[in-house]
Ligand binder design. Sequence first.
Ligand code: NAP
Length: 326
Amino acid sequence: MLDVIIIGSGPAGFTAAIYAARANLRPLIIASSVEVGGELMNTTEVENFPGFPEAIMGPDLMAKMQQQAERFGAEVVYDDAAELDLHGAVKRVTLGSGRVEETRSLIFATGSAYRKLNIPREDELSGHGLSWCATCDGFFFREKEIAVVGGGDSAMEEATFLTKFASKVYLIHRRDEFRASKIMQRRAFDNAKIEVIWNSEVAELKGQGQLSGVVLRDLVTRDTRELALDGLFIAIGNDPRTHLIHGKLDLTSQGTIAVDGRSSRTSVPGIFAAGDVIDPTYRQAVTAAASGTVAALDAEHYLATLDDVFPTLVDAATTASPEEKP
Ligand code: NAP
């Protein structure tokens, strides 16, 4: 039996792994079968992670975090957690492959998923001119006219990055001011290839098999108009990835996993949560990393006191496999 399983491989998951591994807890990281490294894998230059004064590319930062965790004995599995049994002292995680792992504690660091516009044909045109990842797909839009939807840091970053390829980038926002940080806004405003379309939403996607444009609705006048486009990037934020634990762990009104105060303790003993999945507010790589630290320390403390929490179950589990005693 394992001491700690960590689900998620973003800054929260890998930082939790570094701390847990250094505490000799031999963590197993379930890193996902497709999205290893979390959201920073879709980011270009990270300029605000301390220690990298010249900036670092998102994927490079994640590779370094993984190396650091593995150096201390963390094991990474490239699979998804498909099912969880969180009752009792022994938690069971069934992976996509069918493999079942047992653990005495579990850290949830599943991050968040891209938000969709929730308009017709979004799934159909995804990958056919419609994208959620500028770093992945920007290259396909050389000398094309494209648009980005959103008004936060992600939208500013994506729009600015996409001007390396596109001839024109419209930035479509539903209000008349951005919520992005001033420095990111300034970069977008100063870029001659970016044109902001304020107070507007995408009402319809156009194109047969490939996106050819959108219908925009002006939210002040309610007028609609068509805008021809080769590509559309959605950057309207993320929702916490909690589908695995619905009905198993308490959630907050904002949809994040509920934790006890500043700790990572969830509503079930032995289950901890860290990073974007508990954070509706700050959602930075550095705050996620800090949150991963808290979760590893909480898990370590929990394991040290486990005998008091579940004396009978722990006895039964350890009697069944004495060689697995910590
Ligand atoms: P965000 O800050 O939540 O912004 C989402 C934007 O999308 C908002 O402008 C919002 O409009 C708009 N929006 C939301 N739902 C919409 C919908 N259904 N239709 C149209 N527009 C919609 O998300 P984010 O930009 O992804 O940033 C998330 C976090 O990551 C933030 O804390 C941000 O600072 C951080 N981040 C940092 C960096 C960096 O520092 N390099 C880069 C990227 C992200 P309203 O403004 O009207 O609500």
